[in-house]
Design a protein. Structure first.
Length: 334
């Protein structure tokens, strides 16, 4: 499936787009035919003046992308440390490694979100920094606090002591939050130059009404099936060991499955973004994130995972953004 998707993306890049580029490479002697071709053009080339327009809900998208990239880096670190060491032998060591690595990688999340927000003419960077720092920890802490309260009411031994809760809060307040703040400052100062290949028009172009299967919601909903299918078997073993209180130790295979997941996610988001741009809908920013994060929706039906939603969404968006820059870089758009 990975080879099939990679080949499909290669066909789009090498065959479909090659014919489009050839029309823009005509000499001055073919001005009449060039004007005739341009007047008959349709698809992604017509939205070059709007494709890099800042997206809606810029703060939320920047926070989601930054947090997702941070979680992807966090998962790679923990898997590598587990393969190199023996974290899985003692109970709670992997969870501790996740918490500590998340705090230490907060700089990456702040840097990515701050740079993305600044490149799209964002003004209120403090709000973006707060959203990045509190999005994932706030949701996780809220769920954990609710479950811990229920455990205390039933006098369960699984309840977390108050001292450990305060330790996690201090770890976030004194390490994670400052690192996210520093990363946001570095990102908005060092990674704030847009470098878009096309200029943005002052007046937005109207988006034509397309068929229902070209709507961003439908594309996002269908696009998550392939990445979910690539990790379904591994999820069965992971959650079986989790719910049956067994030890999971095949982390080398998990690294392979995670690599396949990221490759499939990037390929699917590129194809989905191309379809949307070809439908002359330049509101593409949330579509690749929605396509990739819908994998988390199907996982939610299976077990529930917010981190996977953000991680896949961010990786898919980065791949689609690179694709959009690449195809518009070779188009003459004055």
């Amino acid at each position: 499936m990975v080879i099939f998707l990679t080949g499909l993306v290669a066909i789009i890049l090498m065959r479909t787009l090659r014919k489009d580029y050839a029309r823009y490479a005509k000499t001055e002697d073919d001005l009449e035919s060039l004007e005739r071709d341009l007047s008959e053009e349709s698809g992604w080339k017509l939205v070059y003046g709007d494709v890099f327009r800042p997206p809606q809900q810029l703060t939320l998208l920047a926070a989601c992308v930054g947090t997702g990239i941070q979680l992807a880096l966090l998962c790679l670190f923990v898997i590598f440390f587990t393969i190199a060491g023996s974290f899985f032998e003692e109970r709670g060591t992997i969870l501790t490694a996740f918490i500590v690595c998340y705090a230490l990688t907060s700089f990456v999340g702040g840097y990515v979100s701050g740079g993305f927000y600044a490149r799209n003419d964002g003004r209120n960077w403090i709000r973006t920094m707060l959203a990045t720092a509190c999005l994932f920890p706030g949701v996780c802490f809220g769920i954990a606090l609710l479950l811990n309260t229920i455990a205390l009411c039933y006098h369960s031994l699984a309840a977390v002591p108050f001292g450990y809760i305060m330790l996690v809060i201090c770890l976030w307040g004194f390490i994670s939050f400052p690192l996210c703040l520093i990363g946001t400052v570095f990102g908005r100062n060092w990674s704030s130059i847009p470098n878009y290949p096309c200029r943005v028009k002052r007046i937005p172009s109207p988006v034509p009404d397309r068929k229902w299967y070209l709507k961003p919601f439908f594309i996002s909903l269908i696009g998550g099936l392939l990445p979910f299918g690539s990790i379904f078997i591994e999820m069965y073993f992971v959650f079986t060991s989790f719910w049956n209180y067994k030890v999971y130790f095949v982390y080398g295979f998990m690294l392979l499955v995670m690599s396949i997941l990221l490759i499939v996610t990037v390929c699917v988001t590129i194809v989905g973004t191309y379809f949307q741009l070809n439908a002359e809908n330049y509101h593409w920013w949330w579509t690749p994130f929605g396509i990739a994060s819908s994998t988390g929706f199907y996982v939610l039906l299976y077990a529930g995972c917010l981190g996977l939603t953000l991680m896949c969404g961010a990786v898919g968006y980065m791949g689609a953004a690179k694709f959009v820059r690449t195809i518009y870089r070779n188009v003459k758009c004055d």
